[in-house]
Every structure is written in C-alpha cells, then in structure tokens.
Design a protein. Structure first.
Length: 127
C-alpha cells in the first residue's frame, strides 16, 4: 500500500512538473509589473508573474482559512483551563474532613455556625 501511494505521489509530481514546463513554454512573453510602494519590475516572464500571483493568493487564502482553527484552539485552551480548575475544586471538596461525632452537622444558612445566645424562632411563635 505504501509503495502504491509513493508511486502515485511520484506520478503526480512528474505530471505537475510537465504541466509547469508546458505552461512556461506557452507564456514566454515578458510583462512589466508596477507594485505600489515597492517600484516597477520590468521584463518579468508572464508565467513567473502568474505563478507568483497564484502562490500569493494561496498563502492569503491559507492564512484566512486558519483563523477559525486558531479561534477554536484558543477556545479549547480556555475551556481546558476552566475544566482543570473545576476538577481541582472537586478534588478539594472530596478531601474535606468529615465532622466529628460530637459536633454534628453545621446549622444555619449556607452551612455557617448556629446563632449563639439568641432566642430560637420557635420559642417566639409559642409565646
């Protein structure tokens, strides 16, 4: 299977080389290219100008195509950090010491200590 894949790759590269050579022979004329802020390039073969334009367009398209993947990577990193923080918190909560037998469970809202010295609400209702 590997040998077949290598042979097909070699055949594709040879075909690409032959096509490029035929393209260069079909476009031998020279052109003048005016680049803003750079200057003027004179006597550039047309096939070189076309190949450069194609390559530059492919690079720009590849960079623009990678932007969504970069955003996904950043989002995945942010979610991974948050997940690690939550996993650490769960691990810490699992390792909390259990209350001793004499203390009992904490009372009050949000697990705080019970009110000290104050009358209970049930006594106020009775009286």
């Amino acid at each position: 299977m590997r040998v077949l894949r290598r042979l097909l790759t070699l055949a594709a590269l040879i075909a690409l080389g032959v096509f490029g050579w035929m393209f260069a022979r079909a476009n031998p004329t020279e052109v003048v290219i005016e680049l803003p802020y750079v200057g003027v390039l004179e006597a550039v073969p047309a096939w070189v100008a076309l190949l450069a334009a194609f390559g530059l367009g492919a690079c720009v398209a590849a960079l623009l195509g990678m932007l969504p993947f970069a955003r996904l990577g950043l989002r995945a990193r942010r979610h991974r950090r948050e997940s690690e923080k939550l996993a650490t918190e769960v691990h810490q909560l699992r390792n909390l010491p259990l209350s001793s037998e004499g203390e009992g469970a904490p009372r009050g809202s949000a697990g705080g200590p019970p009110e000290a010295g104050g009358p209970s609400r049930s006594a106020e209702r009775v009286g």
